[in-house]
Ligand binder design. Structure first.
Ligand SMILES: [Zn+2]
Length: 247
């Protein structure tokens, strides 16, 4: 099934995650994922013959897209993709090719050639000016992300306090009812493990878009609510770990 997360959303989520976690070991893999998704979204508009959908789906590599964009729009280290309706999109081709070279390896199980830098993030964020993306300009997404991490910590504390008020019998009684709340016909994911009470009792409020079983939802034991933000962060981290573990 085609992922419900669009390339544009994947670009935005991974860009924000890589930017926040610049020094973490998994940041290069996340950066590479963000760049690949952002470039593919741009290629669908600017290089349509290079990207095709359906059974014969072709997805060129990030490196191939940068090289094709460069030969189409000026053949220099930094190019501008014109936009008749607004400002051009600056693509720092030479820098992006170096960043791809540095971050491709973590996706194949070996350490990155060099740490991720703020300039890498700047080059990634610059792509957002393209009409195919403009995902980071979404004020709600930006505000959501800024407050998301703090809200998540508050939510863990609140749910843990609430859970502490309950006796073991009540916790077990609630845990036993989890599957009664899952409607197999709804398309929602199955109950997933709660990070607060550790029961498999988070009732999903949507599909499992990344395939790791982590979705937004509410725990019927401790009342912890996993936001869409928290679900995305967890999924992106799992995705990065999977890429790092690949041979
Ligand atoms: Zn819980």
């Amino acid at each position: 099934m085609e992922s419900m997360v669009t390339r544009r959303e994947h670009y935005a989520g991974s860009t924000l995650a890589a930017s926040e976690a610049l020094q973490d070991s998994w940041a290069p893999a996340i950066f590479n994922m963000a760049l690949t998704n952002g470039l593919l979204a741009i290629a669908e508009v600017e290089l349509p013959s290079e990207v095709s959908k359906g059974p014969s789906r072709r997805t060129p590599s990030a490196r191939a897209i940068v090289e094709k964009l460069r030969s189409k729009f000026g053949d220099s280290d930094t190019i501008e993709i014109p936009d008749p309706a607004g400002q051009p999109t600056v693509v720092m081709c030479a820098h992006l090719l170096d960043a791809i070279d540095a971050t491709d390896k973590p996706r194949h199980g070996t350490p990155a050639k060099r740490p991720l830098t703020r300039t890498d993030i700047d080059a990634l964020v610059a792509l957002d000016d393209h009409p195919a993306l403009r995902a980071l300009h979404d004020e709600s997404l930006r505000a959501y992300d800024a407050y998301g991490a703090a809200a998540e910590l508050t939510e863990w504390g609140r749910a843990a306090d609430y859970c502490g008020l309950m006796g073991d019998d009540e916790v077990e009684r609630r845990a036993r009812t989890a599957w009664q709340h899952h409607d197999p016909d709804s398309g929602d994911a199955e109950p997933s493990e709660c990070p607060v009470c550790l029961h498999t009792t988070v009732i999903a409020t949507g599909a499992d878009e990344y395939g790791y079983g982590i979705t937004a939802g509410t725990c019927i034991v401790c009342s912890y609510t996993r936001s869409a933000y928290a679900a995305r962060q967890e999924n992106l981290q799992l995705e990065a770990e999977r890429l790092l573990a690949q041979d």
